[in-house]
Write a protein that binds this ligand. Structure first.
Ligand code: RB5
Length: 149
């Protein structure tokens, strides 16, 4: 199950990704927003990130104007590793190296076709593991206040 959400700045690309998820028969929950009315992005970012944190959804996709505000919010939620991506390389590498469970994108940065392609890459790329597991574990230790160096 994929969690997806946006604010008004990310509505257009979120709708395009939702259409892709439907066509690909990938199950999703759309946490809104659903109109172009101005809303506060932390609300929608939190809804998606919380669903991932709780294990209700395996991965999340959040869109706003830049993709940045929603990433900041998502990264405050326990167990969430979120990355803003703007190109195919970063969409692939953030899965392979960072094991991110949330991807964020900006509707004022990339077009709808690019957003769909980046979502497709994010959802289909596995984590490389190996030495990257050690590094991701360090992120978790930092999150839990257990890290020292
Ligand atoms: C809304 O105008 C805009 O601030 C928001 O979509 C996002 O870009 C924030 O980071």
């Amino acid at each position: 199950m994929i969690a997806i959400g946006c604010d008004h700045g990310g509505l257009e690309i979120k709708n395009a990704i939702v259409e892709y998820l439907k066509k690909a028969e990938i199950e999703y929950i759309d946490f809104g927003t659903y109109t172009e009315d101005s809303v506060d992005y932390p609300i929608y970012a939190y809804k998606v990130a919380n669903a991932v944190s709780k294990g209700e959804c395996e991965k999340g996709i959040i869109c706003c104007g830049t993709g940045i505000g929603v990433a900041i919010v998502a990264n405050k939620v326990k167990g969430v590793r979120a990355a803003t991506v703007t190109n195919e390389f970063c969409a692939e590498m953030t899965r392979r190296h960072n094991d991110t469970n949330v991807v964020t994108m900006g509707g004022r940065v990339i077009d709808a076709d690019t957003a769909v392609r980046l979502a497709e890459i994010f959802l289909s790329t596995p984590f490389d593991g190996d030495r990257h597991t050690r590094r991701v574990d360090m992120i978790t230790q930092i999150e839990n206040g257990e890290f020292s160096c």
